[in-house]
Design a protein around this ligand. Sequence first.
Ligand code: SAT
Ligand code: MN
Length: 590
Amino acid sequence: MATAAHALTPLPQLSGAVADWVNSVRELTQPRAIHWCEGTDAEARELTAQLLRGGELKALNPEYFPGCHLYRSAPSDVARVEHLTYICTRSQDDAGPNNHWMDPQQAHAKMRELFRGCMRGRTLYVIPYCMGPIDSPLARCGVEITDSAYVVLNMLIMTRAGRAALERIAHDGDFVRGLHSVGELDPERRFIMHFPEELAIESFGSGYGGNALLGKKCHALRIASWQARTEGWLAEHMLIVGLQNPRGETHYLACAFPSACGKTNLAMLIPPDSLPGWRAFTVGDDIAWLHPGEDGRLWAINPEAGYFGVVPGTNPETNRNAYEMIRRDTLFTNVALTADNQPWWEGLTSGKPLLDWQGRPYDPARGPAAHPNSRFTVSARRNPGYSPHAEDAGGVPISALVFGGRRREVAPLVYEARDWKHGVLVGASLASETTAAAVGQVGVTRRDPMAMQPFCGYNFGDYWQHWLNIGAQLARPPRIYHVNWFRRDAHGKFLWPGYGENLRVLAWMLDRCAGKAGASESAVGWLPRPADLDTRGLNVGADALAALLTVDAGLWRKEVAELREYLGRFGSRLPAALLAELASTEQRLA
Ligand code: SAT
Ligand code: MN
């Protein structure tokens, strides 16, 4: 029958496995209603209208911010909660010293009691989603069940959610099961549990970002890193950016930085006027899935479809594209408001806050007007610099991998690893000052290997071995770099201007990959001499540049001793090859 072929199968009938799981969750959580997400614009509009009626969302000034809304989270629910985040594997050693661990049966029992009846009077939303382009063999799917319509709105922007994803799940057969409830938003009854062996996530008690949008850190990093090890690829906390040089050639870099260290800005880099002819294209701003290709290169997709970016600091000077991008169809979380109902945040050069992020009259004595971890959620397609290859099913080829942290001292502006194995040590040695993206003290230096400390779903020892294995498989591996945009002088002033000027460092890397740029060898790797960087029009003094490109052997010996102690925690799981690289660096520093 011609017409029947066009009639859409009701979503609950597309996949028996998903329907069975939804039924079991319904019995446990007792919702008033069930809503299966189709993923249409009309559905997003209806959900938005419903949240506006309930007062959970506020419409922003439609003249300046059409289609934009403000959501205020509970004041005690504003960031990821790493201390309540667990990896639940049968063997504790598989989770490793880098994770909080709980026995899976104990964790399931604990969560079952929290979830029991928790959706009474609420709607249960079923969100089938695909991480990665829907037609990509590198993409993977999941289903999130949640009782938060705000989470649904975010997931509709951040992932390819709805019917097409469920069709793919019905076809593929497997999917990650993510169960989420805001519960009572009680920090005492809050847990984010991961069961990599079951491809399952259970999150209770938070409605915020990485705690609640389960496709993001929970699936695309913690569970995916486990899947990636089994299947022979890498799931990394990396932006992906394409740089087109004045000759018109585009090369891609994947760069790992901890949360709130400028990944979104680097992914959306605006070349400075003094470097004419360069263009930057964003593939992703937070997560990269990297696959060895048949050509011996590493190929990357961005599993996400939108950006959940830090708002404060965004202005036409720091990130013009982001500033333009978030003026339409954007969901703001925890920003301040002006008298004429525009969103406001620290770092804006105009306007002033009337109400702070909690909706109280703004009083500077109470701290910043916008929460330091306030966020925008916006479709990647709103980005004026969105790469025409961002949705390529096979991904983009990666020329260089970059690790970076926020360090006042020690780490120079940039250095190049001697080879892949040394690069794995460089990644493992990453350390960074903490930011507002996670609950806890801000500004203390902590070890954050590959910027994955909060996100690796298994033992770092096994993870580094997996990195070494992937490298051994690549005939044309990307070169590996370390950068630090955050070096300061004795007065605490940043030595490097950052933002668009970072292009000078990235351009040097790409020239190195092409065999065209010079460098001098240091104990920690290859550094550009000042003359190796393109400094035309750069406003950095010769002394500052020299300081930025110096390796202080004394500080480094201390750094490497700390690193040895840290790596020692991984005991027999620590790859011997990594220890050999460490010993080699120690010898060079001696
Ligand atoms: O809250 S998120 O985990 O999504 C943001 C971040 O920490 O990078
Ligand atoms: Mn991140």
